[in-house]
Design a protein around this ligand. Sequence first.
Ligand code: ZN
Length: 221
Amino acid sequence: MKKEKAVVVFSGGQDSTTCLFWAKKKFQEVEAVTFDYGQRHRLEIECAKNIAEELGVKQHILDMQLLNQLAPNALTRESITVKAGADGELPNTFVPGRNLLFLSFAGVLASQIGARHIVTGVCETDFSGYPDCRDIFIKSLNVTLNLSMDQQFVIHTPLMWRNKAETWALADELGAFDFVREKTLTCYNGIIADGCGECPACKLRKRGLEQYLAIRNGQSE
Ligand SMILES: [Zn+2]
């Protein structure tokens, strides 16, 4: 496995940056793919670029503006406020089929650059109701990609069963805790590192961080 090449789906956020560190440990060669779908904060693309550059990872930025055309929502339109879904409803950050599209394009790119492995930070534990973050979907898409291109891809999901605290723990195990904390962008208001502290993404990230720090401090006492 070590000698093989991987493509990491990379947004510059906490999860995908942790995955990038994970892949760099696991594979000889790693490239990143970032999707530009007209994110409401252009800083997201800049942030991803800076991280890839700092880690010496070749990055492909693919234009996915068509997603904005298909699914105008709170992630891409300044005029729509981000809010959590009511009971049992999807949050309004949901773009239907986003991971389906992203992972399919990542598969095509992987085929073109001779990478057998595709790494994505999707997670069923904190999945907010996004159906294409579920493990069963990833397994299904893996089969579909293999059949569509007659190849043997392996989709890796190192975060699938981790909650946010466990994702911080993984970053720490990989020696990337400070890097991930200081350089990634998760905040819906476009503020790097600990973010605005108010939006749903910041709250989730902060809760996980506090949980993890409590565990870590407990162990060192
Ligand atoms: Zn925020």
